[in-house]
Design a protein around this ligand. Structure first.
Ligand code: ISE
Length: 342
C-alpha cells in the first residue's frame, strides 16, 4: 500500500519533492499539501491528483490520511514542526537545517532518543549522490590510504534575495560540514572562516566568497571555498588527499562537445536541483522504503538522522561566530554517548 505523505512548504524544493513522490519514486503518494501561501498550496495540490490542501501545518502533520511528513518549510519553522511529528509518532524527512541553532537541535535529538525510535531523517542529499557514494566507498576500501586533507568548492550562480553572509554558512557551507562528517567519519572540532576580498557584483554587504577551514577530532583538515554569487552555474567539487593517493569528484566531465573554431567543452548544471536530482530521487526512494518497514524495528530512516542535524548546527554556529572575527572557533557540542539512544 502507498505511503501517504504530507509535504509542508511547497516552494521550489518542496514542489520538486511533490513531483518526485508523485511521478518519479514509487510506493508513496502525496495526500496533503501545506504552504504559508494558500494560493501556492492550491496551485501545487491542483497538479497532484488525490491530494488536498490543509491550511495549518500542525493539522497537516496530525491528519489521519498522513503516514509520514516531508518538511521543506523555512528553517526557523522546523523546530516546532519536527517536534509535532515526534508527538504524532510520524516519520519525517526534514530538509536541512534540522533547526537554526544547536540548542534546539540537541533538544530534538533528546526528544527522539526518549521515544526509542528513529523517526527523523535530515535532508543532506549529497550522501545519496553517486559521485559522493563512490568517493566514500573508495575511502572505506583503504585504497587511498588514510585521508589527510579534503579540498572543497561550492559555487552557486546566485542566491535568493535576502540571503546574507551567515546564511552562506548555515545554508550552503552546511553541506560541506555534512560531507566532511560523512567522508571522514568523525566530528569537526573547530571552524575558521576566512574572508577574502568580496565579490563587487554580489548584493551590498554580503561576504562572498568565504573560505572555511575545518579541523576534525583526529586533526585532519578540510578547506572549502563557498562562493554563491558567481553568475556562472552550479559547481560542487570535492577532492580527498590520502596517504596513498587522491580522488576528486564534481569535474562535470559529462559530454564533451567539439565545435568550430576549435573549441571543446561541456556543460555545467545550472542549479542544485539538476546537479543533485539523482541524489534526491535516491534519498526519497530509500526513505519511503525505510518508513514502510520501520514498524518492525523502530528505525524509520535510511540516511542522516537527528544527530547529524545537531552536529551540523553546532559546527555552523561556530562558523557564524568565526565569520565575525575571522578567528578559529572551537565547536561547542556534547559527546554523542552522553545522550542515551542518540
Ligand atoms: C541551498 O539551500 C542548498 O541546499 C543548495 O544545495 C546549496 O548549494 C545552496 O547554496 C543553498 O542555498
Amino acid at each position: 500500500q502507498d505511503l501517504r505523505i504530507a509535504v509542508l512548504g511547497v516552494g521550489i524544493m518542496g514542489a520538486d519533492h511533490v513531483d518526485r513522490i508523485t511521478n518519479k519514486v514509487g510506493g508513496a503518494r502525496v495526500t496533503v499539501v501545506n504552504d504559508y501561501s494558500l494560493a501556492r498550496a492550491e496551485e501545487i495540490s491542483a497538479l497532484t491528483p488525490g491530494s488536498r490542501v490543509v491550511v495549518d501545518p500542525f493539522d497537516a502533520i496530525a491528519a489521519e490520511d498522513v503516514d509520514a511528513v516531508v518538511l521543506a518549510t523555512p528553517g526557523p519553522t522546523h523546530e516546532k514542526q519536527v517536534l509535532a511529528c515526534l508527538e504524532a509518532g510520524k516519520p519525517v524527512l526534514c530538509e536541512k537545517p534540522l533547526t537554526t541553532d544547536a540548542d534546539s537541535s540537541l533538544a530534538i535529538v533528546k526528544a527522539e532518543a526518549a521515544l526509542g525510535k528513529k523517526l527523523i531523517q535530515v535532508g543532506f542529499m549529497r550522501r545519496f549522490d553517486h559521485e559522493y557514494t563512490q568517493l566514500k566507498d573508495l575511502i572505506d576500501s583503504g585504497d587511498l590510504g588514510r585521508p589527510l586533507v579534503v579540498h572543497c568548492a561550492h559555487r552557486n550562480p546566485a542566491v535568493p534575495n535576502g540571503f546574507d553572509s551567515a546564511m552562506i554558512v548555515k545554508d550552503s557551507l552546511v553541506h560541506e560540514v555534512d560531507v566532511t562528517r560523512f567522508l571522514l567519519d568523525e566530528e569537526i572540532t573547530s571552524v575558521q572562516i576566512i574572508r577574502p576580498s568580496a565579490n563587487s557584483l554580489a548584493p551590498e554587504g554580503i561576504q562572498d566568497p568565504q573560505i572555511a577551514i575545518f579541523e576534525t577530532e583526529s586533526g585532519r583538515h578540510v578547506d572549502a571555498e563557498v562562493f554563491v554569487t558567481t553568475g556562472v552555474a552550479y559547481e560542487v567539487r570535492t577532492e580527498v588527499v590520502g596517504e596513498l593517493g587522491s580522488a576528486m569528484i564534481g569535474l562535470d566531465v559529462g559530454l564533451i562537445r567539439k565545435t568550430k573554431p576549435g573549441n571543446w567543452g561541456g556543460q555545467i548544471t545550472p542549479g542544485f536541483r539538476e546537479r543533485f536530482g539523482q541524489a534526491y530521487d535516491t534519498e526519497f526512494a530509500r526513505w519511503i522504503k525505510a518508513v514502510k518497514t520501520g514498524a518492525g524495528t523502530g528505525n524509520y530512516i535510511d540516511g542522516p538522522g537527528a544527530w547529524d542535524g545537531y552536529a551540523a548546527a553546532a559546527v555552523c554556529a561556530a562558523g557564524v561566530k568565526s565569520l565575525e572575527t575571522g578567528q578559529r572557533v572551537v565547536v561547542d557540542m556534547v559527546a554523542r554517548d552522553s545522550v542515551a539512544g542518540a
